[in-house]
Design a protein. Structure first.
Length: 158
């Protein structure tokens, strides 16, 4: 189903957004699991799926905005609830569910970001320890942060 399909009702549009956010939550859980296992193949698959879902969600949100504006509605919480209620008695419930799953996805993505940052710090520390053990000196960049000098190799002329 394409998000810009004219026959998609307001309730149908929000239902599709909910479905996509629920799929995103599953992908974020798979991403979290891949981070815990340090499974880079699974992590790449999750990242690709996440990117596709987010792109689809952006299209759906834009379509919702277009429909709201076309109906003469403002882009406010109250107007969205009114817009949804005009087409369906449970429209407000759908909007609440959309906000709930979007918030859960945001929180799961933030959690995964923290996990990724922790992994990055761990790997960076391990790399620095290995470079120190190998005798590769640190240098400082113009911004004052430590950088590693490239290891030089002495080649004997033959």
């Amino acid at each position: 189903m394409t998000p810009s399909r004219p026959s998609l009702s307001p309730a149908g549009l929000v239902a599709e957004e909910i479905r996509r956010y629920e799929a995103l939550l599953q992908v974020l859980e798979a991403e979290s699991s891949a981070l815990c296992r340090l499974d880079y193949s699974a992590l790449q698959q999750a990242a690709d799926a996440k990117q596709d879902l987010v792109a689809n969600l952006e299209l759906l949100a834009r379509e919702r905005e277009v429909q709201l504006r076309a109906g003469g509605h403002a882009l406010t919480e109250t107007a969205i609830r009114r817009w949804l209620a005009a087409g369906e008695t449970r429209g407000a419930d759908a909007w609440d569910r959309l906000r709930e799953v979007a918030r859960a996805a945001r929180d799961a993505n933030a959690r995964n970001g923290r996990m990724l940052a922790r992994c990055n710090r761990h790997f960076s520390s391990a790399l620095h320890a290995l470079l120190d053990a190998a005798g590769v000196p640190s240098v400082y960049g113009a911004d004052g942060t430590a950088r590693r000098a490239a290891a030089s190799r002495v080649h004997a002329a033959t």
